[in-house]
Design a protein around this ligand. Structure first.
Ligand SMILES: [Ca+2]
Ligand SMILES: [Ca+2]
Length: 209
């Protein structure tokens, strides 16, 4: 059994540091639709990605919007990035790593969903999430219990990579995986040769807290 790990958030924007490279591109937003992925609903969505070899994820970029057409919520975002191992094509119930990202970098893209919701780009950079070779689910949720608008994870609109999964409560099994739609996100890893320095930096950061 793998240990559940809480991950240290070390920054807020992947490309700014200039030492991360794109590892997996599930696609950007098509501005066509979105799923609520929000514990205050409650519902959460996840999307699959492969690790053909062991990989350390340090940054995720994703896109979304807020329900009811509000351009911005009246409260702070509370994002959580959750990594789940997939066995025989299905995500396990318990995550192997969770990044409590909170309020991350948020930029208006200028795009809108057909219902008028502004689409935003988000980025979170964090201490390395080490994943052995395998198949994984990335679930991104924003807990908007503090304000009325629920958060929406934007569609990428391609059915070429396994579809998406969802569930209502953290103890539920996941459902889905039948294709039809993909969610908008990209995964970044350190440039070759920089992971060791990143680990040392994270350790120093921890000691100073
Ligand atoms: Ca809400
Ligand atoms: Ca997928």
């Amino acid at each position: 059994m793998r240990l559940f790990s809480m991950v240290l958030l070390v920054g807020c924007a992947c490309p700014v540091l200039g030492d991360t490279v794109l590892y997996y591109d599930n696609g950007g937003p098509a501005n066509s639709n979105a799923f609520v992925s929000d514990p205050s609903f409650p519902i959460q969505y996840g999307d699959n990605f492969p690790a053909d070899e062991p990989v350390s994820v340090t940054c995720v970029e994703w896109w979304g919007a807020y329900k009811n057409g509000d351009p911005l919520p009246a409260g702070a975002d509370e994002f959580s990035l959750q990594f789940y191992e997939m066995v025989d094509g299905e995500p396990l119930v318990t995550p192997i790593a969770v990044v409590d990202a909170g309020s991350v970098a948020r930029d208006a893209t200028g795009g809108r969903l057909p219902f008028g919701n502004d689409v935003f780009r988000y980025q979170a950079e964090f201490s390395p999430v080490a994943l052995p070779a395998g198949e994984y689910l990335l679930s991104i949720v924003n807990d908007t219990l503090a304000f009325p608008s629920d958060w929406l994870w934007a569609w990428h609109d391609s059915s070429t990579d396994g579809g998406v999964w969802f569930r209502h409560e953290p103890a539920d099994s996941w459902r889905g995986g039948s294709g039809g739609v993909e969610l908008a996100f990209r995964i970044f890893i350190p440039e070759p040769g920089t992971l060791g320095m990143l680990l040392v930096s994270a350790a120093v950061f921890c000691r100073r807290r």
